[in-house]
Design a protein around this ligand. Structure first.
Ligand SMILES: [Mg+2]
Length: 240
């Protein structure tokens, strides 16, 4: 007996691409660039400070590299222009970001396949709206999504841990949760609230910081790549 399905929604970070690996590469490139610009420290020390700044001020804080310079001993930047050091970090970070930001091949293949079906294809993503929107564009996924089904938490007014976020979106879309599927990597922000709202849920456990965490509930299905998602859609929902 296959189940009816009207819509599938995706998380972005560590679901459609490896945010964790990508951010790590970009941070290393940034630190190396600051050292080349004259910062007197070693990569390990600078990276450790950067990780601490991220932990203390969150990844959406705007002045990470300033803080790294501030936290190192004064001799590290003596006689150097701080703005230039920071710019060296920022430029290398962004260069790496634009170069590395791409979806896994299986994600691209399966989203392209989905775009040829009648399913509504959407995004529900948390974070700074412009940054998340930019990722979607850079990842070249906009063409595969249903334009009216792209949602960012800041625009809705609820965080992802709150099941009302998912309820509100389906109200707006006039969709029934029992005919919707959510795909995400975070057990407490993606899977638990959707389970509570009566959605179908798929947890992707490929990499990323949430791969080893557990939530209150478990996803209906667990996958390692999007080809496994495709198999579920064919088998359980008769999607062709
Ligand atoms: Mg995620």
């Amino acid at each position: 007996m296959t189940k009816p399905l009207d819509a599938i929604f995706f998380d972005i970070d560590d679901t459609l691409f490896s945010t964790t690996v990508f951010a790590d590469k970009a941070r290393r490139a940034a630190v190396d660039s600051m050292i080349r610009a004259g910062l007197r420290t070693d990569r390990t020390t600078a990276l450790r400070e950067l990780e601490e700044v991220l932990a203390e001020f969150t990844s959406n804080y705007g002045n990470h590299f300033d803080k790294v310079v501030d936290r190192l001993p004064a001799e590290a930047s003596q006689g150097l222009n701080k703005a230039v050091l920071v710019a060296a970090g920022v430029v290398a970070y962004h260069d790496t970001k634009w170069r590395e930001l791409q979806v896994h091949d299986d994600v691209y293949e399966v989203l392209k396949w989905l775009a040829g079906t009648q399913l509504i294809r959407g995004i529900i993503s948390a974070g700074i709206t412009v940054k998340q929107a930019e990722k979607l564009v850079r990842l070249q996924l906009v063409e595969f999504m249903t334009p009216s089904a792209v949602f960012f938490t800041d625009q809705i007014g609820f965080s992802k841990a709150n099941p009302k976020l998912y309820r509100r979106i389906l109200q707006r879309m006039r969709l029934d949760p029992s005919r919707c599927l959510y795909v995400g990597d975070n057990p407490t922000h993606d899977i638990d609230p959707c389970n509570q709202e009566g959605w179908h849920t798929v947890r992707i456990r490929r990499s990323g910081k949430h791969a080893t965490e557990d939530g209150r509930t478990t996803a209906q299905w667990e996958i390692r790549d999007f080809f496994e998602l495709q198999a579920i859609l064919r088998r359980e929902f008769a999607l062709e």
